[in-house]
Design a protein around this ligand. Sequence first.
Ligand code: FES
Length: 168
Amino acid sequence: MADPIAETAAPSPDGWEPRIIAFLCYWCSYTGADNAGTARLKYPHNVHIVRLMCSGRIDPELVTTAFARGADGVMVCGCHIGDCHYISGNHKTMARMPLLRRTLEAFGIEPGRFVFEWVSAAEGEKFARLVRDTVAGVRALGPLDWPGRLRARGVGHGRDLQPWGAQP
Ligand code: FES
């Protein structure tokens, strides 16, 4: 059987690796990611996880900031509807994220760079698959360089658009 991450883990010929930021709610999706690790399910290392208590805490500005600071893709995951530990937090997520997706498109960010999905604590396999698919999709799109795109259009300047790791 083929290695499930063979295609997604292989660096591109020029060595570029997509950087994916995943905002996960603590109670379901983070535990799902943890389960994927415990079950030794393989997924690409490109994903950098940011844990929040609830997907309802994920302000759209967190997502745009991730893109503005150099992310090539962003994932947002939370509990399935009806499972939110704060009752209605993910209802806010469900209202915000489709709107955010359209806003990002208007800013020139391709839909494949923004993934929004429910992942329960028991869905380690789903999380691993989601990461593999996201990395493969972003790899096909290539580097985003949103700061560069914005600068080229004369938008933004200074520290707010420094890529990660860059000294102000
Ligand atoms: S606690 Fe997971 S979405 Fe609210």
